[in-house]
Design a protein around this ligand. Sequence first.
Ligand SMILES: [Zn+2]
Length: 288
Amino acid sequence: MKNPASFCISIDCELAWGVSDKISNKFIKKTIELDEKICFNLLTIFNEFDVSATWAIVAAMLDNNNPMINISHSSAWYNPKIIEKIKYSKTYQELASHSYSHPNFIQYDAKYIDEDFQKAEYFFSKNDINIKSFVFPRNQIQYLNLLNKHGIKIFRSLDKSMYKKVYKYNKVLGKFANLLDKSLPISANTVFPKITDHNLTELQSSLLFISRYSYKKIISEFSIFSKAKQGIDKAIKNKECFHLWFHPSNFYYNTERQFILLKKILAYVNLKRKSGLITVNTLDKYII
Ligand SMILES: [Zn+2]
């Protein structure tokens, strides 16, 4: 599906599961206080702008007996209400998988990951959710054979921006390069779906809608908007896809301003959409 140009959003919807291996009380507090509200607010915005997004959810959020509930406040680990609301949203939203319990795929053996898939499948089917798309925990791409075995057709991979290449060599420099990359109002990459091993489709991301926290505050809203706007224009020109991604936690700081910035991007997409130049797709629409 190379034609026409498209815009796509994928969201890693995980409460505190993304940090379950290094729990910070500060983060848990934010999750309890804000995560549900942010998800609901995002849905309101998507309805207002008629935008369908892909929500990659951690299936343990549907399990009222999941292993983290007794470790800290249960609402940081279990919240079927969010998933229910996504499922029944006025504007269609795709539900995708972000695994059962967010294990780091690089650190676990195939047996463990296979069991994680089985648990996720159990909770998805119990809740009548049909999954085609997958987002790897921590974007650690591994075990494509297991994705295929468990009926997944497409997955997200990370964009190969300059800063990641630098990061591979030197973490401090990588952080700096990330900052530089995000600070400069230059276009993010556009992407297109590719068929890969095990009969899967891979779609890279274009841009992370970055948090407004600590050193990242240096990155101006102007620069982020500019990157997105130019990315959308580039997608139209190249007839490719501009793929934005984030976690609800990317809205934990400067929440209202982050919503305004997201709305500004969606308003620009809609302007182009009105002229028939771009469509808005969920991840499953890219399956080859
Ligand atoms: Zn995650």
